[in-house]
Design a binder for this molecule. Structure first.
Ligand code: SAM
Length: 291
């Protein structure tokens, strides 16, 4: 926290900051605690509503969370076309779980979150994020390390969504080849895994590293993008790994039919945005091509 009344997020490459920061005026700190895994703060702001930060890094805000949660959930599920079982790793605020459960095709959504306090505090102080998703009979919350869960489970999933913190602290394990290899083991035929993969402008090594680890495992390993205002620096990349090379290029009319059939009302996702999200800017392609 900076001078009284402001929250500074030091923008960084996961290790050192770049001499650049974004600041949020704090109207009220709702909760602040060191959990068993990370420093957690939830605070009220004049423009972004309530904000969750972990270890000083912005995780989600009431105002712009939809830009991220819609794209993490609807791109893989509508590309797959018949996702019944979905695994979410991380995602403690419940935003991805909420979006996943809006799909009637989804019969089971297992969410594996290492830090129960994130779930409990977001349910209490930021309930619009999960919006009742944790009480959905199709939802199963598992409090565990996602790395261990995917290594040990006999369950299989059509879509795996890794909504992790950045590769520091407990999230570091979720950026490893071991983790991605076990995610593949947990996928059904034609399944797809998507990952939170940072803002390339500030964290270029995240796409380079993830690409090197995904490519030996999946027939199609790549990225798509979204833009989340409080994930400062432009495009946020989301990792993509599947053995079904057609999934990234589902025809517009098929996506439009699936989207219409889902009954989803969205504020960021559209079938056109879905397809366009796989068109990466040259500077991101350059980071990937380096591996
Ligand atoms: N959307 C955010 C972003 O892009 O940075 C992430 C939001 S969510 C709060 C990230 C969650 O990942 C946190 O609740 C954190 O506790 C969880 N997490 C970190 N490492 C984990 C692990 N190894 N296993 C399971 N959950 C983990």
């Amino acid at each position: 926290m900076s001078e009284e009344g402001w929250f500074d997020e030091l923008l960084y490459d996961g290790v050192t900051h770049k001499g650049y920061t974004q600041s949020f005026k704090i109207d009220k700190v709702l909760f602040r605690e060191k959990t068993d895994f990370q420093g957690l703060i939830i605070f009220e702001t004049p423009y972004f509503g309530k904000v969750l930060a972990l270890d000083g890094i912005i995780q989600t805000t009431e105002k712009d969370e939809f830009c991220y949660h819609e794209m993490q959930a609807h791109v893989p599920i509508l590309a797959h076309g018949n996702a019944k079982r979905v695994l979410i790793i991380g995602g403690g605020d419940g935003g991805v779980l909420r979006e996943v459960l809006r799909h009637a095709t989804v019969e089971k959504a297992v969410m594996v979150e290492i830090d129960r306090m994130v779930v409990d505090l977001c349910r209490e102080y930021m309930p619009t994020l999960s919006d009742g998703a944790f009480d959905d009979p199709r939802a199963q919350l598992v409090i565990a390390d996602g790395l261990k869960y995917v290594a040990g489970t006999d369950d299989r999933f059509d879509v795996i969504i890794v909504d992790s913190t950045d590769p520091v602290g407990p999230g570091e394990a979720l950026f490893t080849a071991e983790f991605y290899g076990n995610c593949k083991r947990c996928l059904t035929d034609g399944g797809v895994v998507v990952t939170q993969n940072g803002v390339t402008f500030f964290q270029p090594e995240e796409v380079t590293g993830t690409c090197c680890r995904l490519k030996p495992i999946f027939a199609d390993a790549g990225f798509y993008v979204t833009v989340v205002p409080t994930y400062v620096g432009g495009f946020m990349t989301l990792g993509w790994g599947t053995d079904d090379t057609t999934l990234r290029d589902v025809p517009q009319e098929v996506l439009a039919d699936r989207f219409a059939g889902s009954g989803l009302m969205t504020r960021y996702y559209t079938p056109d945005v879905h397809r366009a999200a796989f068109a990466l800017p040259a500077f991101i392609i350059a980071e990937i091509a380096e591996d």
